[in-house]
Design a protein around this ligand. Structure first.
Ligand code: SAH
Length: 218
């Protein structure tokens, strides 16, 4: 059994990470505080204890990645989370991004298409800390019609296009943060849904995500 410990050393490394995120332009204190409160090393294999606090993406199982802290902070900042909001996340992966959202008080519904990654969520070490965090095995392109509408939607894989069903599951005035493009880099977009079902689009920095794939695996 792995022993999970959040030592002073880890806390110190996390403080340094917060300083790096501030230097890179993250200004939302609620986001910085959430990242400061979460032991990111719990989301990686114990061999990578220190690397967990470097500002870089890292491979997890099944050829997938835990997003770079800057990317997590950036997407979360764009979402403008308020406590109690219903948030749909596509791409559970390591559960780190979902935990940041839950730490900020959101009710998080997160979908993963890879069966083995979904199975791992059942023994998530911070499960009892985030009772409003719910895990689903499925295809993110379909969203979760049963739980819609959502205040916010976040896609943490490279989307080839804006999935129409996810727009449909957003509340009027709700926001979606989504990296879009099939090439090596994706433009981060924030979409705000209008009452007639159309949306406004704002474009931000470029990032590089693993692809959002159709269908389930496993
Ligand atoms: N949010 C994650 C980042 C994981 S990387 C974290 O904090 O660690 C992207 C994840 O999206 C991968 O786990 C991948 O399997 C998943 N994914 C890709 N396409 C998907 C889809 N259509 N539906 C659900 N998950 C998908």
């Amino acid at each position: 059994m792995r022993k999970y410990e959040d030592t002073y050393r880890h806390k110190g490394l996390r403080k340094k990470l917060i300083d790096i995120l501030k230097e890179k332009g993250i200004t939302d204190n609620n986001v910085l505080e959430a990242i400061n409160n979460i032991p990111r090393h719990y989301f990686l294999d114990s061999a990578f204890d220190e690397i967990a606090y470097e500002d870089r993406a890292f491979p997890i199982s099944d050829g997938q990645t835990i997003s770079q802290p800057y990317t997590v902070a950036y997407q979360t900042q764009l979402l403008q989370i308020k406590p109690g909001e219903k948030v749909l996340e596509i791409g559970t992966g390591s559960i780190y991004q979902a935990s940041v959202l839950a730490e900020m008080g959101a009710k998080v519904f997160t979908i993963e298409r890879q069966k083995n990654l979904f199975e791992k969520t059942k023994s998530f070490v911070l499960k009892s800390k985030y009772p409003t965090l719910k895990f689903f095995y499925g295809d993110g392109f379909e969203g979760l019609p049963t739980y819609a509408p959502f205040d916010k939607v976040i896609i943490t894989a490279a989307a080839p296009f804006v999935p129409p069903k996810l727009i449909a599951q957003l509340k009027t005035g709700g926001k979606m943060v989504i990296p879009v493009d099939e090439g090596p880099h994706q433009r981060m977009l924030r979409l705000t849904k209008n009452a007639d079902g159309s949306y406004e689009e704002e474009a931000f920095e470029n990032f590089s995500f693993v692809p959002m794939l159709t269908g389930k695996n496993g």
